[in-house]
Design a protein around this ligand. Structure first.
Ligand code: PLP
Length: 458
């Protein structure tokens, strides 16, 4: 709710202390540069998660690969490893240069988590990983599985019967529910997904068709999580996947970085002191972008610059970071409505866990208007023939924010990057899209087309 006092201070006081809040509350696009960012080694002193934890998660996914390949035939070509493509989008880049009227230096690449197998979004990383880890823990404890086994044995009635005694629950704006619902049902778990009001009907229908229990809420994501957590706690055989606090989810996302490193090497894209890497990640509660960004920092350290992207109507991570209050404040506290077409990002209160981990590692956060997301969606189809969901386009404007705003240019200057930008690489993390039904997608496309043609008339 819109409050007169937020943690004891009036909005005016908040603005005086943190001037960026004025534009945020006026629902204007901003680029906020993180004043607390430190060099990698300094920042890591305050973080207890390490590269070993990420490697452990990577190993676990390798153990499960034979099972994944068996039950999800679309992963056979990658031998059960759930990974997405990375490629250059030169046509899109040229289009944006003319649209934003200015040169955008460096390579522009798209990381297509939108086309990840099984659930078509970045949630196929963290969500699936955490369910697999939980299944492995249970099966090891029961003595029906050893780490050295070929995990394809999990695709059997013995295991399905065993897992059917347990349930998995999760709160979601849609995509996390989709990914956890699909993998849990495949293993044999009973699974309940608590869906916020933003969740699209087709996602609920799809889950129900797979035997998943879907509980619908009229309120936003935070409420769906809270209720799901409460209900799950009442049942000792129920495991709640906590998108706001889960380290496992985070580690599942972070594995992406180890694989991206290989992809960049294969493409002969250099990342070092003279070849900076910029990554733009759409952010909801923070787990997905936080995990990926953390993994990237472990590998590329000070040579990677990570920015989160949020809708102007749901800037929860930005509000949390800029006020230094993380999950103690919500966008609603500041009178912002949390209503956006970017359903994957429609979160009013960020994860405090992620806020803390990223506090000294993140380069900044920027916001994007919904209309911009529609336009970019349509433009990407027209230039590259790639269909993404609106949330996933939030990353696309990152490069123009960097080159076209005072804050962006100041960041490059202060970080000693100005003369290295010709050698820079920019990765837009495309977080979802391939599972959106065609008619739904064509509606988005049409809206973007309309907005663009109206602009041309003016
Ligand atoms: C969930 C999601 C995100 C953001 O991930 P969080 O962990 O919520 O920050 C971004 N894009 C899409 C399409 C998503 O579904």
């Amino acid at each position: 709710m819109d409050k007169e006092f937020i943690l004891g201070k009036s909005k005016l006081q908040w603005i005086q202390e943190y001037p960026v809040l004025k534009d945020i509350m006026d629902i204007r696009e901003v680029l906020w540069i993180n004043p607390k960012r430190k060099n990698f080694h300094e920042a890591m002193k305050n973080i207890s998660i390490s590269e070993l934890d990420v490697k452990d998660a990577e190993q676990r996914l390798k153990r499960f690969a034979p099972f994944i390949a068996k039950v999800f035939p679309e992963t056979e070509i990658t031998k059960g490893i759930i990974e997405s493509a990375l490629f250059k989008i030169n046509n899109m880049k040229a289009n944006m240069e003319s649209y934003y009227d200015g040169e955008l230096l460096g390579n522009l690449l798209l990381k297509c988590d939108s086309h990840l197998p099984i659930s078509g979004s970045i949630k196929a990383r963290g969500g699936i990983y955490e369910v697999l880890k939980h299944a492995e823990d249970l099966a090891l404890k029961e003595g029906i599985l050893k780490e050295t086994d070929d995990y394809s044995i999990i695709d059997s009635d013995i295991f399905r019967e065993f897992f059917s005694k347990y349930s998995v629950a999760v709160g979601s704006t849609g995509n996390l529910g989709l990914s956890i619902g699909i993998i849990s049902a495949k293993l044999g778990f009973k699974v309940t997904v608590h869906m916020s009001a933003d969740a699209k009907q087709w996602k609920k229908d799809l889950l129900r068709s797979k035997g998943v229990t879907v509980v619908e809420y009229k309120s936003d994501y935070s409420k769906a999580v809270e209720e799901g957590r409460k209900l799950s706690e009442k049942d000792s055989n129920s495991y709640f996947i906590d998108d706001e606090n889960s380290v496992d989810l985070f580690l599942g996302y972070a594995v992406a970085a180890l694989r991206l490193k290989n992809q960049l090497e294969e493409m002969k894209v250099l990342v070092d002191e003279n070849h900076p890497l910029f990554v733009y990640l759409p952010c909801g509660v923070g787990g997905g972008p936080g995990g990926v960004a953390f993994g990237l920092k472990l590998i590329f350290k000070d040579n990677v610059h990570c920015f989160f992207a949020e809708p102007t109507h749901s800037p929860c991570m930005l509000v949390g970071m800029a006020t230094e209050q993380h999950n103690k404040v919500s966008v609603q506290d500041f009178g912002i409505d949390n209503l956006t077409i970017a359903d994957g990002l429609a979160v009013g209160r960020a994860s405090g866990f992620i806020g803390k981990v990223m506090e000294e590692l993140l380069s900044g956060v920027y916001t994007v208007e919904d209309n911009e997301l529609y336009k970019l969606l349509t433009t990407l189809v027209d230039t590259e023939n790639i269909y993404l969901e609106p949330s996933a386009l939030a990353g696309m404007v990152g490069i123009s924010k960097l080159f076209k705003t005072v804050e962006g240019r100041t960041y490059m200057e202060n970080s000693n990057l100005k003369n290295k930008m010709n050698n820079s690489t920019h990765i837009v993390w495309a977080t979802g899209g391939s599972m959106v039904p065609k008619d739904e997608m064509m509606k988005y496309y049409g809206i973007g087309k309309d907005i663009l043609s109206q602009e041309n008339v003016q």
